[in-house]
Design a protein around this ligand. Structure first.
Ligand code: KG4
Ligand code: ZN
Length: 392
């Protein structure tokens, strides 16, 4: 039997354990949250990350995430993290029994990893006789800008740009999410990863593109903005904003790379690197800079529409792995200032996959009176539909 949740409402501070294992990061985080729900502004209550662990898997040689390998690596890392948490808690005069609630990602993601994280979280909850909360990964990215910014309150608009999702969301309140723009095909992170792969760079491609772009000329290859047919809109409110599409852009970039390769092969003067068709570092850097430039122009287009569609929403946020890109962060800051908005971006460690966002989302479930659920299963498909279940 799980502890009565009411008992927890009485506690002044809650220790929330989060577990994340949806893709190729294994992560665990213990967060302390001041649990004063009588405070009308309880969202601004103090929260502190006490311990956080993230292990990024070794995928470099595969060119992507291999589900079986990811599952094995979660199986290796998660128990190690629990051991370390136990040790570090005891060094700080705490023990695992002090944990008040346990949360783990149920989806979306790779099913093997999700099952391992859920089983880890559920086992801890049962062993400690504490409530267990299944948590939505993308919802956690959506709520992540609040973690270290207690002054951020609902409503806000957030652009979530990760390896599997690109969504622009109007967050009216907890569980009131309106998807303003969804992606029709590839996600923004996939664009980075696939172009990087075609350039022969290791996975994940985003950080590699960012490094290369430092020496590139963003105007050398000025890629065109995607054209999106109006009747293609996939989400209810997207007619106002327009959805995202990155697959045409990806094809255009791959063609540019192939054309440069063919030119190199045919170039009789290419004595040093005859017939290899390999791109020079400068060409690679220019393409990388061109990629970042077109992505920034796409974001600018969307934020301009958001400013017109939701003029009263003053807070804008970005989150997800791609939001750790410094050029994109700086550009978003520039657009926010231009439209007189406040931009909130989590620090880089809270943009890429992490367990602090799972713990924080779990705490909000508790704070909003949502019941724990030890029997929840994993879900790896159609996950974003669930975000709008509470749509009004
Ligand atoms: O949110 P995330 O860590 O995992 C998912 O939920 O998918 O996002 C991973 C994505 C990958 O596509 C990766 O290439 C991209 O984020 N990424 C970046 C950067 N760091 C990670 N993209 C551009 N620039 C970066 N610095
Ligand atoms: Zn993610």
């Amino acid at each position: 039997m799980q502890n009565d949740i009411k008992e927890h409402f009485m506690k002044e501070k809650l220790l929330v354990l989060g577990v994340e294992s949806s893709c190729d990061e294994s992560a665990m985080c213990l967060m302390e949250v001041t649990n004063n729900l009588n405070n009308k502004n309880f969202l601004s209550n103090e929260r502190k990350i006490l311990f956080e662990y993230v292990a990024t898997h070794k995928n470099h040689n595969y060119g992507g995430v291999i589900p079986e390998s990811a599952a094995r690596q979660h199986f290796y890392y998660l128990p190690k993290m629990l051991e370390r948490l136990k040790t570090e808690m005891s060094e700080n005069n705490m023990n695992l029994y002090d944990i008040d609630m346990v949360c783990a990602t149920y989806g979306p993601g790779l099913v093997g990893g999700l099952m391992l994280g859920m089983c880890t979280g559920k086992s801890i909850a049962v062993a400690l006789d504490k409530p267990f909360y299944p948590i939505h990964h993308i919802e956690s990215h959506i709520l992540s800008p609040m973690i270290e910014n207690p002054s951020l309150a609902f409503p806000y608009v957030i652009l979530v740009v990760s390896g599997g999702h690109t969504i622009l969301v109007h967050v009216e309140d907890f569980k009131k999410y309106h998807i303003l723009a969804d992606t029709l095909d590839d996600a923004m992170g996939e664009l980075f990863d696939k172009v990087a792969k075609h350039l022969g760079l290791p996975f994940p491609g985003g950080p590699e593109i960012e490094k290369l772009a430092l020496n590139g000329d963003p105007l050398k290859y000025k890629f065109s903005l995607p054209m999106i047919k109006k009747d293609n809109n996939s989400s209810k409110n997207s007619s106002h904003i327009g959805d995202f599409s990155f697959s045409g852009l990806k094809t255009a970039m791959i063609r540019t790379i192939d054309k440069l390769r063919a030119e190199n092969i045919n170039n009789e003067n290419n004595v040093d690197d005859k017939n290899s068709g390999e791109l020079s570092n400068q060409d690679k850097s220019d393409i990388a800079a061109g990629l970042q430039d077109v992505v920034v122009r796409i974001i600018e287009q969307k934020f301009k529409k958001v400013a017109e569609f939701l003029p009263d929403v003053k807070d804008w946020c970005i989150a997800g792995g791609v939001a750790s890109n410094k050029v994109i962060r700086a550009a978003c800051q520039h657009f926010a200032t231009k439209y007189n908005k406040t931009l909130n971006i989590p620090r880089i460690g809270l943009c890429t996959d992490n367990a602090a966002m799972i713990a924080w989302n779990g705490y909000l479930h508790h704070a909003y009176g949502i019941k724990p659920n030890l029997s929840a299963g994993v879900k790896n498909y159609e996950p974003c539909d669930e975000l709008t279940l509470h749509d009004v």
